[in-house]
Design a protein around this ligand. Sequence first.
Ligand SMILES: [Zn+2]
Length: 404
Amino acid sequence: MSKLKYEVGHKEEEGPKAPQPEDKGIVAQVDEIIEKALESSATDLHVEPGPGETRVRMRVDGALHQVATFPSQIHGKLANRFKILGAMDITKNRIAQSGFFKVQLEGQRAECSTYVLPSILGEKITVNIQYKRGFELNLEHLGYFPEILKGFKDALAKPHGLVLVVGPPGSGRTTTAYAALRLLNSPQKACGTFEAVNKYELPGVVQGKPSFQGDFTFVDGVKALMDSSPDVAYVGELQDPEVARLVIQGAFSKRIVIARMAAHDAANALVTLMDMGVQPFLLTAAVNAVLAQRLVRRLCDHCKEGYAPPEQVINEIGYRMPANAQFFRGRGCAACGGTGYLQHLGLFELLTLNEKINETLVARKSQGEVREVAAQAGMVPLKRDGVNKAVMGYTSIEEVLNAL
Ligand SMILES: [Zn+2]
């Protein structure tokens, strides 16, 4: 008996034909695959038809693992089961389709976007899984040095303005943004978010997302969010000129706007916004601070040891290190599954706007110059933050260099 509980999608009873007795086995097997995916916090699931067999793989911590194979003869039935779950048309198997279902496993809730790709050997099924999680981290848990944490909190404490959280995908930006929202959220404030996917749930915060059907777009949502007079607004992706315009405009009202953005570092984010058509004088007036970040693995405390990295690694650091600088690595033990790492840590760079930086932006100077002026004003670059954390033994120097 499966422990899964399906909430929406799953239009079995309306399907064109009642399930055949032998299909019961398929239902149980697909349930088993989904259960395994949820138990291992997989982010996506791939059911791929092959010449001899169908393989099922899932992505856990960024890497794909094969979890099952099935004889090719039942591939069509497996695919149909996923299509039924996603409320798709099982009478059609030569067209691309997409669907959606919600599922629960022992209190863990997940939303599954499901896609069908017709291939020469049959339909490939992809399920993207989004977990609905409460959010309980404080900013203090994310690994800031005190000066950066204070600067970031100061930027959030201003009566209005834009605070950007930037980095590549997978750099922990959503976690930072939610920790910031959690800090600002209170019964006296109206807080709202608009995101492509709602990774976390935060009680007291109104969280929106675009419709799956595409009739309520991201831009529609950001506009509606700003119109709803929030004191604190979070925009999940600042990716195009229209969203940039809404976010900048929104930050001039008496509210804090937090926005997540894809950018290499803080200076890159500011210049990218100007490339999107944001006027420099609006940018400098709206932005309180830009926090750039990366996520690295934290060294396992149980098996951490000092070591001297190879010369080539030291050269790659690019900073002159004191001769006695110590670095660390994880030997690997039972506690960390032999990897030497346990949990994660953020690397951060905080650019707080000041008059000098504003002048550089208004003069439309290069990213390099913006970076330079920010460093003169005391900004510790991401790489330096990482090297400092490596020297203190929080992570390895290799992990820092890989992340940048
Ligand atoms: Zn260990």
